[in-house]
Design a protein around this ligand. Structure first.
Ligand code: GLU
Length: 511
């Protein structure tokens, strides 16, 4: 097998979409699996779409996700520079080669002339109004003008573009590793611009030239680039690089959770979940979008989730460390069908990764929140809270958000439970429990449970009947972690004062 050299080649036109992170990840996994090289190339030839800060954003996002770059922007390497805007002279050389070989030509048509051509074709009833083999002969280009005219125009700096001379009626074949054989007739391709009048190459030329020069073995990218692939194959052929052509793998689209159409930022915004890896503020519109990182997703969980968007290991195992992903990953196991993006699955992965952490690691998350709230807490207590809450959290901030009652006595009580279930049995039971607990020197999960049984015997009320109201009295909420452990954590003083407060303040009675 050829040395694996893959590239992630984003354009710095805004925040990196989560689909872009998946593309980068698949490239990375393949590179690592085969001891290959992962390259980061910034494709910034379209100056009109350049967004300041986007490149830095891409680098930070990849670093956060743990997708390491071996060669490229920020790293350097033997094929530097890796920013296309800095490689203009290189592209020009190949564009000139194509012109000299008769595979491309200069076109001097003005915007008005191009519009006029389209209008003319439209009125003639032609469905295809492109600059192509059918139209190029009636246009102002180096195929129709005399050599002297062309020279005169070039000398006088008349603006021009270089267009590819796409052959008439030729079958272009390519084998995509995911989609199999793709056949396109060249008549379906227009004479694409390769060099723009500002001297910058277009995506197509720069992409092919760089993949060749950077010795790329596999082009792994989103399905939206599949229509460009035949044109790229043609360019490889015209430049004499057929043997060095990389293999193509076009990744399936990311779809909405119901499978109905492509996942867009608008869909994500509407459903209230992130679509960008990290926070992003659009420099032009100032629109702010929260990232997966800031929403509390662990990078390993996100990576595991993304790996499964289009790929599967062929087994039932779902939790994969990056190392395991590298071992298991193959391009053959990527499917053709669009991958449904279900945020609940991402949350599930996050939960699994949080649960796998030690109480000590988790307590760091709680301490982060406590610091901003200015609350002191012993390490022991924090660890106990985390152990109790572990099964209930989705994000690191949930230890605080769902566990505030460990630190603050409730002042409000779940209304539904109170109105439906707070009755004389509750007050009787809690009254006795309160008297009994005062006799203890220390409250533990164990003795508070024994006390529950004792109180049941004394009152003749089954503890199961009052458990939910008991919880509401202690925590304010209708659900939460083990109540006995909760009592141990908050301690005797707090338990007694909370029960007293609840008995004094919850007035609604149901008989
Ligand atoms: N610059 C293209 C993009 O923004 C790269 C496509 C490719 O990988 O060839 O996605």
């Amino acid at each position: 097998m050829r040395e694996v050299r893959v590239r992630f080649a984003p354009s710095p036109t805004g925040a990196l979409h989560i689909g872009g992170v998946r593309t980068a990840l698949y490239n990375y996994l393949l590179a690592r699996k085969h001891g290959g090289t992962m390259i980061l190339r910034i494709e910034d030839t379209d100056q009109t779409r350049f967004v300041p800060g986007a490149e830095e954003y891409i680098l930070e996002s990849l670093a956060w996700a743990g997708i390491e770059i071996d060669e490229g922007v920020s790293k350097g390497g033997p094929h530097a520079p890796y920013r296309q805007s800095e490689r203009k002279v290189i592209y020009k050389q190949y564009a000139d080669q194509l012109v000299n070989d008769g595979k491309a030509y200069y076109a001097f048509d003005t915007e008005q002339e191009l519009d006029a051509m389209r209008e003319r074709l439209k009125t003639q009833g032609s469905s295809d109004q492109q600059y192509s083999s059918g139209t190029r002969n009636s246009m102002k280009n180096s195929l129709t003008l005399s050599a002297i005219d062309v020279k005169e125009k070039l000398d006088s700096k008349t603006p021009f573009v270089i267009r590819l001379k796409v052959p008439v009626n030729e079958e272009i074949k390519l084998v995509d590793l995911i989609r199999g054989e793709v056949n396109v007739n060249s008549s379906q391709i227009d004479d694409k611009v390769l060099m723009k009048s500002d001297g910058m190459p277009t995506y197509h030329l720069a992409n092919v030239v760089d993949d060749y020069l950077m010795k790329i073995s596999h082009v792994i990218r989103g399905e939206e680039w599949l229509p460009s692939a035949p044109l790229h194959v043609l360019l490889y052929k015209f430049l004499g690089w057929e043997k060095e052509m990389p293999q193509f793998a076009h990744l399936p689209l990311l779809l909405k959770a119901d499978g109905n159409g492509k996942l867009s930022k608008r869909d994500a915004d509407k459903a209230g979940f992130p679509i960008f890896p990290i926070d992003w503020t659009d420099p032009k519109t100032k629109e702010f979008s929260k990232g997966f990182r800031e929403n509390g997703y662990l990078p390993q969980a996100l990576v595991n989730f993304l790996a499964f968007l289009g790929w599967n290991p062929g087994t039932t195992q779902e939790i994969f460390s990056v190392k395991e992903l590298i071992n298991a990953f193959t391009l053959e196991r990527i499917g053709k069908a669009g991958a449904k993006f279900d945020i609940h699955k991402a949350q599930w992965f996050n939960q699994q990764y949080l649960r796998a952490k030690t109480d000590e690691e988790l307590s760091e998350y709680l301490f982060n929140s406590l610091k901003t709230e200015n609350i002191d807490c012993s390490v022991e207590k924090a660890k106990k809270i985390c152990a109790a809450m572990k099964e209930r959290v989705t994000y690191p901030s949930d230890f605080w958000e769902l566990g505030k009652f460990f630190f603050r006595a409730p002042t409000q009580f779940d209304e539904q439970v109170v109105s439906k279930k707070w009755n004389d049995d509750t007050t009787k039971f809690l009254g006795v429990y309160l008297d009994e607990i005062k006799k203890l020197s220390l409250v533990t999960a164990e003795n508070s449970k024994s006390l529950l049984e004792k109180t049941s015997l004394i009152t003749g009320i089954a503890s199961g009947k009052i458990m939910q109201t008991f919880r509401v009295a202690l925590t304010g909420g209708a659900s939460g972690p083990d109540l006995m452990m909760t009592m141990e954590i908050i301690g005797k003083e707090e338990v007694t004062s909370r029960i007293s407060f609840a008995l004094d303040n919850i007035k609604v009675r149901v008989s």
